[in-house]
Write a protein that binds this ligand. Structure first.
Ligand code: FMN
Length: 269
């Protein structure tokens, strides 16, 4: 993907669509891209494209959408993080073509989508997204919703990225600062941005800072999905700047607050 930083900074959730279908060319490109999506946790995420009319699918926050894409993953440790990582790749790729998406984990009739996507025993379908071209103007309900969530702002870097210990702000060099901006602007459920990073001895340790009410049986842990999204932006940012990052799971046992869980580390090969 060219101009990753521009794609990340330009992307917004799209909830108002132009009512037309996406072009065959874009549909074809997205189908091809999906086949190649992997994540560093080696947990496969399966994508299913669904026609909204055919299956009677809708969401109260959306208007004008004709197509959905659902993601399915086997329930197991790290499935939510892997899901976030893989699904975000799709989101960014779609946006690079001008195709709008929005992560939907809550505002949908879940049973209908799960049935249409053929979710089996032992699998979960944490989120779906519409696929379509943005309408010229946002619906009033979308504008109100963005305001309510504060969708156009993010937590400042000094509260997200730390060095050596929890709470001590990281002072990044210019290259890293750009990549951390890509992480900061990632989308998250209700725009909570639950990811935190502590850089220690050359490893970027990712943590989940948990809020109440984001974990259940059918969606997994939505905030772990958010951390997967942040990891995706970080890894893609590093790769775009010529680095070869790898993920390791090895808790450094840094002292962190009680509502904070270690997820994974990133180091350069
Ligand atoms: C895991 C996840 C679940 C989400 N679920 C919903 C949802 O159910 N309904 C909705 O309208 N937006 C949902 N969102 C979109 C967020 O509200 C949105 O990404 C955030 O407010 C930031 O806005 P932006 O994407 O325009 O930058 C979800 C986002 C994520 C990452």
């Amino acid at each position: 993907m060219e101009n990753l930083s521009g794609i990340i900074r330009g992307r917004k959730s799209i909830r108002t669509f132009d009512s037309g279908n996406i072009s065959d060319e874009h549909r074809e490109k997205i189908s091809e891209y999906i086949k190649g999506i992997t994540n560093p946790f080696n947990i496969p995420v399966e994508f299913v494209v669904l026609d909204a009319k055919e299956y009677g699918l809708s969401s109260p926050v959306l208007s004008g959408e004709g197509l959905y894409i659902a993601g399915k993953v086997e329930k197991k440790p790290y499935a939510d993080v892997a899901f976030g990582y893989s699904f975000e790749k799709l989101v960014l790729y779609a946006w690079s073509l001008g195709v709008g998406t929005v992560w939907i984990g809550g505002t949908m009739k879940r049973e209908l989508f799960e049935k249409a996507a053929g979710v089996k025993e032992g699998e979960m379908m944490p989120c779906v997204s519409p696929l379509g071209y943005p309408a010229k103007k946002r619906s009033l309900k979308e504008t109100m919703m963005r305001k309510g969530i504060g969708a156009d702002s993010r937590i400042s870097a000094d509260k997200l990225f730390f060095e050596d210990e929890w709470g001590r702000p990281l002072t990044p060099g210019e290259d890293l600062a750009d990549i951390l901006e890509m992480v900061r602007w990632a989308p998250s459920a209700v725009n909570k941005q639950p990811w935190r990073i502590i850089l220690k001895e050359g490893i970027y340790h990712f943590y989940e800072k948990k809020d109440k009410g984001y974990i259940n049986d059918t969606t997994g842990d939505l905030q772990k999905i958010d951390v997967g999204i942040a990891l995706c932006h970080f890894m893609m940012g590093l790769e775009a700047s010529g680095k070869i990052p790898e993920i390791i799971i090895d808790d450094p046992k840094i002292d962190v607050p009680e509502d904070v869980e270690y997820i994974a580390g990133v180091r350069m090969r």
